[in-house]
Design a protein around this ligand. Structure first.
Ligand code: SF4
Length: 240
């Protein structure tokens, strides 16, 4: 049986999709976001879990998920690095009538994305920056594949874009106009969830002896979030 490399499990997640959720954080990520608050998920490590194990574990708490209209979210790291495992898991969930959400950066091959989309009920799709140079600065990678994968996901699933607002980095008026334009040109309307950049991940970078490059950047304030919300609403985009 196929197994997945995982980092951790949250059996009562309340912030990664609708309702209460079983959140499986898979291990492995090929982006290197300089603001990542989970750099300890980048390497795959040795912890593995089977589809059967996950389903059995979900069943222990299922009444809470069902009562809150929740389900399973697979997050990371980047879940699409293990697309076969996630597709198999979501397929089983469909059979068991468990709602599934994919939480992805979109940095994956379109074929891997399609495999998982076939069994996903919803997608949380993280956009770091629309401007390619800024994206490269933030993640080390170009965003062309990510943006075309966003279009692909929006054409077949219910997508919510997640945007981490990083003061002075990706929250200028031009940044948000570009984000709005991107969204308004997608094949279906979707919502944006704004996440304030915070500094809690720094200790993990220190523990892993990695250089944290955003020491000078403050956490996003309520005003920072409100300003981005306003600019998106001016472009008729739903912010949740
Ligand atoms: S995609 Fe997510 S897990 Fe990967 S480096 Fe970026 S923030 Fe971290």
């Amino acid at each position: 049986m196929i197994k997945g490399f995982y980092h951790s499990i949250d059996t009562f997640g309340a912030v990664d999709g609708r309702g209460l959720r079983y959140v499986l954080f898979l291990a492995g990520c090929k982006l290197g976001c300089i603001f990542c608050h989970n750099p300890d998920t980048w390497e795959q490590g040795h912890n593995t879990i089977s589809v059967d194990d996950v389903i059995e574990d979900i069943k222990r708490y299922r009444r809470f998920y069902d009562a809150s209209n929740g389900g399973l979210t697979v997050s990371g790291g980047e879940p699409l690095m293990q697309a076969d495992f996630v597709a198999e898991l979501f397929k089983r969930c469909r059979h068991e009538k468990i709602h599934t959400t994919l939480d992805t950066s979109g940095y994956a091959s379109p074929d891997d994305l399609k495999k998982v989309l076939a069994y996903s009920d919803a997608v949380l799709f993280s956009i770091k920056a629309v401007n390619e140079l800024k994206h490269k600065k933030l993640t080390g990678k170009k965003n062309d594949v990510i943006l075309s994968n966003l279009c692909l996901a929006a054409s077949v699933s219910t997508v919510t874009i997640r945007y981490v607002v990083i003061p002075g980095i990706n929250n200028s008026h031009d940044d948000i106009l570009a984000l709005g334009s991107l969204i308004n040109n997608l094949p279906s309307a979707l919502s944006v969830e704004l996440l304030p950049y915070h500094t809690l991940g720094r200790t993990k970078w220190d523990a892993l002896e990695k250089d944290y490059l955003l020491h000078e950047v403050p956490a996003a304030s309520e005003q920072d979030i409100e300003q981005v919300r306003l600019w998106l609403k001016e472009q008729n985009i739903n912010v949740c």
